[in-house]
Structures are given as structure tokens and as C-alpha cells.
Design a protein around this ligand. Structure first.
Ligand code: NAD
Length: 438
């Protein structure tokens, strides 16, 4: 294991995940000997190759995989992504992230992730349907309502989840199979509130964190200036909800660039312009900015909600926010994390900040097992409860570590360290209680 953080290595998600894990371990002095290797290594990786008839009647062979990182706290949980560059390496890192995320938001799941190497932009709907069905058939009982439960991820959506459910159901007749996958259409057992869950969870978690009065010179969302990178599911929902909570959205961006208005953008106008023009760029009475400008914009709260490795060693010194809320997975590299910490900028880490999605996925699973559909206010209230609990556990753990451990090098635990310590402890406690290797 390599504990050295360098700008060259810290862009690889797998290395990032390992470095974050090792940093967190450095704050735990009583972990059972030998447990570390078990905690970090994926439990199982399934590789499948399958052939599909394409629309032009040719045959193409695809490679797919599913990594189950850990299921000691419950069945594996995590998305399936369709992307030409998806690798086992990347998926393994994301599966581990899911293990820590499900533990810190305290839902009874483990971590998993899957992928199929393909380019959905070049595939027809019928080809995607055949790929999905063959993939699910090849996975067989590697997925299931009580073993490993997929969800949408990059370039997979509600329709993909409906195909997964339908295929699994055909091969497992006579039982309720709805809980085999989450993120389904409402009519097939999807949960009210799932679409907005991650953005809403970001808002709940941010509000709770500010209530702890640990962010320098920032106590409330009301009146805060907010910058958001990415206007997909997470970013667009966060924009709407932070605006409704009284924040001033000073700049936003998508893959084509960004716009800024210090007086505050109106979410409805932003989304209408984006729907009409394919981008926010060109929204009347705004200043056009680049994504780099957005990250360095003068604001109170910065929400990177697009891609990984956006705040790095080379631009972390430019960040002017007081608080960075990681809407995306892995938007801050470890080297950048250290720079932000030195500069007194608080980071609400991804496993807490964007954990709302998996919380409502858990609610969907529960509703499916019970053949129920909860009202939206019940979903939102229960989401808030879990987000608050995750933030409280993280802040409390940070204080505990500070009281207990004074390091010679003067290092202080970040909220990311604290959240991971809580997650690692929750998982290791369960493993020890289960005595699973004896
Ligand atoms: P999405 O595909 O709906 O949206 C992504 C957005 O990012 C799009 O608006 C796109 O234009 C923008 N984007 C792409 N490249 C960009 C760039 N270079 N600069 C600025 N913007 C860029 O994705 P999403 O579901 O909103 O997910 C965003 C992030 O949040 C991902 O890291 C994802 O893993 C994470 N996440 C999502 C969920 C969820 O429930 N959707 C849950 C947890 C974590």
C-alpha cells in the first residue's frame, strides 16, 4: 500500500479511494489485526462476455462485470454503468465507495457496482434492451433482491432498470422480484422522491452541517451564495432546492460551459434555456464563464455535481468557497483535499453529501418487499432523518478523534476521515459480531 499523495497518482479513482481509506485508517488504532485486507478487497468480481444481434444483423460481443465489494451489512447495492471506457478497476473503486456510503447513511446494504463496456450514444434502444437482457441472464443469481441489488448509473436509467427487473422476473417466476433493482419507473415499484433524492439529500446534509457551526463564517443556507458544477440529476435538483431554501445561485455550468450572475440566477429560467439550447451558455443577462472559472468563483458553497477529479492539486488553491459539498462522487483528489484543509475550507464528503440517492433506493427496496407505496412527504421526512444522522455521526466522530489523538505532525481529521472512520467501524463491528470467517 502506498500512502504517498502526489498530483500524478491522485487522479485515478482507485488510487484516490485507497488513499482516502488509508488516511481514515491512520485515525483508528484498535482495528483487529488483519481485518484491513478484508475491508479493502472486493469479495467477488463476476466477468461475463455475451453476444448480441445488432440492428444490422451482425453479432457483437460485449464485456460486462459486477463487483461486490462487501455484503456483511446486507446485500450489495450499487449502480450499473454503460460506458466505452468503464474498467473493472474503476468499478471496484466505486463499489468500495458504496460500502462506505451505505454504512455512513446506515442502510442495511453493502457496496457493489457494475458496468458494461459499450457506447450507448451509438446504440439503438433495441440494441440496449438486448444488451441489458443478455447481461442480466449472464449474471444469473449474482444479482437478486437479497444478494446484490443494481441501480442506475452513468448512461443507464429507469428504462434499463425496468428491463433488468423484467428479465430477472422471467427467470424467477412465482415470487415478488421487484426488489431486485431500484431506480425503476414509478409504475413498476419505483419510489416517489427517488429522482430528487440525491439533490435533496445534499440540501438536508448541508443544512445540518451548518447547524453544527463548524464551517468558518457560514451558518445558514438562507442568503448563502452557491456555485454548482453540472446540471444533471444531482446539480439541477440542488439548484432548485438550494434556491427554494433562500440561497443565491451565483453560477452554474454544464459540459459546454457556465453562466454567472451575482444577483442570483433563476433555476426555472436556467433549465428552460438549457432545454431549448442544449446548454446554459448564452442565458440572457448573464456572464459566460468556464468550468475552471466556476470552481474559483467567489461564493460561500461550491457544489461539484458533475464528474470526478475536478478539484485537483493544480486548482485547489483557487477555490474561494467556505464549504465544498461533494454532489458528485470523487470530485476532489486527495492532494486537493489537503490543500483545502490547510486553507480552512470545509468539505462535506461524497459518501455523506450524495448519500440521499442510496437512502431512497433503500426505501424503494423496502416498499417493494412490502408491496407498498409511501407518500412523498414520508419519503422526504425519512430521508432527512437519515441525512441528519449521517452528518451528526460524522461531526461527532471528528470531535472524538480530535480529543483522542494528537499527532506529532499536527495533522487534523477532516470530515471525510471522520465519515470513513464511522463507516469502517460500523462494518468491522458487524464483521466481528458475525464471526464470519471462523
Ligand atoms: P447526470 O448525467 O444527470 O449529469 C451530469 C451533468 O454534468 C450534466 O449536466 C453534464 O452536462 C455535466 N457535465 C459533464 N461534464 C462536465 C464538465 N466537464 N463540466 C461541467 N459539467 C459537466 O449525472 P448525475 O446523476 O447528476 O450525477 C452527477 C454525479 O453525481 C456523478 O459523479 C454521480 O456518480 C454522482 N451521484 C449521482 C447520484 C444520483 O442519484 N444521480 C447519486 C450519487 C452520486
Amino acid at each position: 500500500m502506498n500512502n504517498v499523495i502526489t498530483p500524478d497518482t491522485d487522479l485515478d479513482l482507485y488510487v484516490v479511494a485507497q488513499q482516502q481509506f488509508e488516511r481514515a485508517l491512520s485515525w483508528i488504532d484498535d482495528l483487529k489485526a488483519g481485518l484491513v485486507e478484508y475491508l479493502i478487497t472486493p469479495k467477488r468480481t463476476v466477468h461475463v462476455r455475451f453476444s448480441v444481434i445488432m440492428d444490422d444483423d451482425s453479432v457483437r460481443t460485449f464485456h460486462g462485470f459486477r463487483v461486490l465489494h462487501n455484503r456483511s451489512r446486507g446485500p450489495g447495492k450499487g449502480g450499473i454503468r454503460y460506458h466505452p471506457d468503464v474498467t473493472e478497476h474503476e468499478v471496484a473503486a466505486l463499489a468500495a465507495l458504496m460500502t462506505w456510503k451505505t454504512a455512513i447513511v446506515d442502510v442495511p446494504f453493502g457496496g457493489a457496482k457494475g458496468g458494461v463496456v459499450c457506447n450507448p450514444k451509438e446504440l439503438s434502444r433495441a440494441e440496449l434492451r438486448r444488451i441489458t437482457r443478455r447481461f442480466v441472464i449472464e449474471l444469473g443469481d449474482a444479482i437478486g433482491p437479497h444478494t446484490d441489488i443494481p441501480a442506475p448509473d452513468v448512461y443507464t436509467d429507469q428504462q434499463t432498470m425496468a428491463w433488468i427487473y423484467d428479465t430477472f422476473d422471467v427467470f424467477h417466476p412465482g415470487q415478488n422480484n421487484r426488489a431486485v433493482v431500484t431506480g425503476k419507473p414509478l409504475e413498476l415499484g419505483g419510489s416517489l422522491g427517488r429522482e430528487a433524492a440525491t439533490g435533496r439529500g445534499c440540501l438536508d446534509a448541508t443544512r445540518r452541517l451548518l447547524g453544527h457551526s463548524i464551517v468558518k463564517d457560514l451558518r445558514a443556507i438562507d442568503g448563502a451564495r452557491v456555485a454548482i458544477q453540472g446540471l444533471g440529476n444531482v446539480g439541477a435538483t440542488a439548484m432548485r432546492l438550494f434556491h427554494e431554501a433562500g440561497a443565491r445561485i451565483v453560477c452554474v455550468s454544464d459540459s459546454k460551459g457556465g453562466v454567472a450572475d451575482d444577483a442570483g440566477l433563476q433555476p426555472q429560467q436556467v433549465m428552460a434555456h438549457k432545454a431549448e439550447n442544449g446548454s446554459v451558455v448564452g442565458l440572457p443577462e448573464t456572464v459566460t464563464i468556464t468550468n475552471e472559472d466556476l470552481l474559483a468563483y467567489d461564493c460561500d458553497i461550491l457544489i461539484p455535481a458533475a464528474l470526478e477529479s475536478q478539484i485537483r492539486a493544480d486548482n485547489a488553491a483557487d477555490v474561494r468557497a467556505r464549504l465544498v459539498v461533494e454532489g458528485a462522487n470523487g470530485p476532489i483528489t486527495p492532494a486537493a483535499d489537503a490543500i483545502l484543509q490547510d486553507r480552512g475550507i470545509t468539505v462535506l464528503p461524497d459518501i455523506v453529501a450524495n448519500g440521499g440517492g442510496v437512502v431512497v433506493s433503500y426505501f424503494e427496496w423496502v416498499q417493494n418487499l412490502e408491496n407498498q407505496q409511501w407518500q412523498l412527504d414520508k419519503v422526504e421526512e425519512r430521508l432527512k432523518f437519515r441525512m441528519n444522522a449521517a452528518v451528526d455521526a460524522t461531526v461527532t466522530q471528528q470531535k472524538l478523534i480530535r480529543q483522542k489523538i494528537q499527532r506529532d505532525d499536527g495533522a487534523e481529521p477532516t470530515l471525510r476521515d471522520a465519515a470513513l472512520v464511522v463507516a469502517i467501524r460500523r462494518l468491522s463491528d458487524v464483521i466481528l459480531q458475525r464471526d464470519i470467517w471462523m
